[in-house]
Structures are given as C-alpha cells and as structure tokens.
Write a protein that binds this ligand. Structure first.
Ligand SMILES: N[C@@H](CCC(=O)N[C@@H](CS)C(=O)NCC(=O)O)C(=O)O
Length: 383
C-alpha cells in the first residue's frame, strides 16, 4: 500500500487526498508532526513539505504536479484526469499551474490575516505538528501563526495598500468558477479532471474550511461550496466516463485573461530576478505594487515546464492553443518567452532517485523553520 504523508489543514494535501479518494488508490494516511517532517520526509525528499508519498516498493513521490501525473499514468486506465487531446491537455496543465501557485497568496492571506481563521488554525497546527514531540502545542501554534504570516503573507508582498487586490482575486475566482459550474458539474464537464483537483487545493482546505473565507464563499458562491463537496465525494467507479471539455466554453475567458495579465507577468519577473541572482524583487501588477517578493526557484521551474510542454506540441496542436489563447495574450507569451533554466528538471521526475542529506546539527534548525518556499538540498548521490 502507498503511504501518504499529509497535513489535515494543508493546501496541497487537500489536492492530493481528493485525487487519491477519486481514483480509489489504496493508501495509509499519515498526518505529519515536526518529527516526521524532519526525520522521515526531509531525508527522503530534500524538503519539509507535504504531501509526499512512499510507494509500496519504498520509493518516494513529492510535489502534487508530477505526483498526480505519475499516479494517473500508473492507475487511470480508461479514465485519466487529463484531457486526451494534446492541446486541451496543455491548457489543463497551464490552469493547474496557475491555480496551484497564484491562489496560494490569497489562501495564505485569508487564513493568517484574519483572527476568525488564524485563531482556529494555529490551535490545529500546533496540536498536529507537536504530536509525539517535546513541543508545547500552544507555543508551536503561536509560532506557526507568526511564521506563516511573516513568510507567506507579509513576506509575499502583501501590505495594507494592496490587500484589496488580494481580496479581489478571491472574489473573481468565485465568480469565474460559479459561471463555469452553472452549466456543468465539474470544471471540465461531467467528471473531475486535473483542473478540479488544482483549484481544490485552495478552495477546500483554505477557502471553504477556514472560517473567514468560508463565510464569503457560503454567502456569495454557494455553487462553489457545493462543488467542493462534490469533488471530495467523487469516486471514479461511480462517476461518468465521457471525454473532458476542450476549454472551448467562453466561461474560461476570464480565467485565461487572469493568467495572461497577472500570473505570466509574475512568472517572468520571478524568473528574471532568479537569472540575475536576486533573492527578492518588487512586482507591479496593474498599478499595484507588491514589495520585496521572494524569488521562488520552484516557480522558475513551473515556467520552464510550461514552456517545455508547449514546445513539445506539434505545429497543428500549437495552432489550436493559439486560437484559444490569443485574446488573453497567453499565445504571444508562449511564442516569445525567453528560456530561463531553473536547473530543477530532475525534481519533476518521479519516483525520486535521490538521497538528501539528513538534518543534523545547525541544520536541525529546520525542525522549527521548515523549508519555506523552496530550497532543494543538493542530492548526496543518485541510486
Ligand atoms: N509544489 C508542492 C508544494 C507543497 C507545499 O508547499 N506544501 C506546503 C503545505 S500545503 C508545505 O508543506 N509547506 C511547508 C512550509 O511552509 O515550510 C506540491 O504541489 O506538493
């Protein structure tokens, strides 16, 4: 059986868990403490992040993007969660990346900025992460609240002057998905797809379950609240088996506009800052400034992986993508984007074939600090 290491309140754990339930992949579910993160997950994967999985043969999987792809290839048979048509599949990967990475900021902001949410979440995180360790649950919870706020809210460029823009992204997302779900039960039609699981990361464990953002969802977007339950309850053996939509619906226009205008600008600015060796950069989006954003190497890799996937399409498939994505500006970006290598190609190849250094001595500080954003430790050696 697989072992799935997850956290009960985690964004990406929700994405993986919904998929494992849908695909009916048998697994043992293990909730992590700081000890498990440091002693088991860090040496196996190089980061203290969840979710990760250990295969029945002992090998490890990390990062939900390659993980879902790998699991789907092993287990899906007839009903893959990815569109079969290569152009539609590429657009699904683009939307997955956007939902994964760009909704992270509003998800962290709503959780760690508002007392309704952070008072509850710090108790739960403190309790879960301290289980079986010498830490005091309340103190660890207090620490985690401030750590998450300082690293992922303030440390991610959110200030008084731009909060409204972060809030507006959540509101627009609810509207965009409500429009899509007014004519279909799942975002790409009659059964769940990678696009549902990607949006599920922020929408389930954060927006639908954290009290402050849940009230906004329940009050303004009940269809999304219903969809969250529908995805969580979906089982491949009980769902329909038809083909997935090809993004032809005009209801996707607003999402593509969002990606072309904001997310790709961000990805470019982050990658350029990485290429010049910076660790922080200021981002300006539609006149709104986000100061001192961290350079995230993983997202240089996200950009690189998207461009690679696009360049692997045949000219005819690229043409289909252009037709659909021209108005949003995404097509022009795909044609003209400069290559900026992240050096992280191997991180996307699963199962992992690397051993990472164990946390010892001062390295053990990671016990508390974790590995926020991304700092892949250099592999010790390959198998
Ligand atoms: N790209 C990874 C991201 C995993 C990730 O960032 N997980 C968060 C929890 S949702 C984490 O463990 N963060 C650890 C930290 O903040 O130190 C994935 O898709 O699995």
């Amino acid at each position: 059986m697989y072992r799935a290491y997850v956290s009960d309140v985690s964004y990406y754990s929700g994405k993986l868990e919904a998929y494992l339930r849908y695909a009916e992949i048998a697994h043992e579910r293990i909730e992590v403490s700081t000890r498990v993160l440091r002693e088991t997950i860090l040496p196996a994967t190089g980061v203290m992040k969840v979710p990760v999985m250990q295969c029945p043969d002992g090998r490890w999987l990390k990062d939900t993007t390659p993980m879902l792809r790998w699991l789907d290839a092993q287990h899906a048979q007839a009903t893959s969660i990815y569109p079969v048509d290569p152009a539609a599949r590429f657009m699904a990967l683009l939307v997955e990346d956007y939902a994964d990475e760009w909704l992270w900021r509003p998800a962290m902001y709503y959780r760690w900025n508002f007392a309704d949410s952070h008072q509850l979440l710090r108790r739960r995180l403190g309790r879960d992460l301290s289980a079986g360790t010498a830490y005091n649950a309340a103190s660890l919870g207090w620490y985690m609240r401030w750590r998450q706020y300082l690293v992922y809210v303030r440390g991610d460029g959110v200030r008084r002057h731009n909060e409204h823009a972060v809030q507006a992204l959540y509101a627009r997302t609810l509207q965009q998905l409500t429009a899509l779900l007014s004519t279909r039960p799942y975002l790409l039609g009659t059964r769940p797809s990678i696009v549902d699981f990607a949006y599920f990361a922020s929408l389930f464990r954060h927006f639908a379950l954290d009290p402050y953002s849940a009230k906004l969802m329940v009050d303004t977007a009940p269809a999304i609240y219903a969809w969250v339950g529908r995805v969580w309850n979906a089982r491949v053996s009980q769902e329909r088996t038809g083909s997935l939509d090809d993004f032809a619906s005009a209801d996707w226009d607003a999402v593509f506009t969002e990606i072309g205008r904001d997310y790709l600008s961000y990805l470019d600015a982050n990658a350029r800052a990485y290429a010049r060796g910076a660790t922080r950069f200021d981002l300006v989006l539609a006149g709104t400034r986000y100061p001192q954003m961290p350079v995230v190497r993983y997202r240089v890799a996200c950009r690189e992986q998207l461009l690679k996937a696009y360049r692997q399409l045949t000219p005819a498939e690229q043409h289909t993508v252009h037709e659909r994505l021209a108005a949003s500006g995404i097509a022009a970006w795909l044609q003209g984007a400069a290559e900026i290598p992240s050096g992280l190609d191997e991180e996307f190849v699963l199962p992992l074939a690397q051993h990472y250094p164990p946390a010892r001595g001062w390295h053990g500080l990671k016990l508390l600090r974790g590995t926020p954003w991304d700092l892949p430790a250099p592999p010790l050696h390959k198998r």
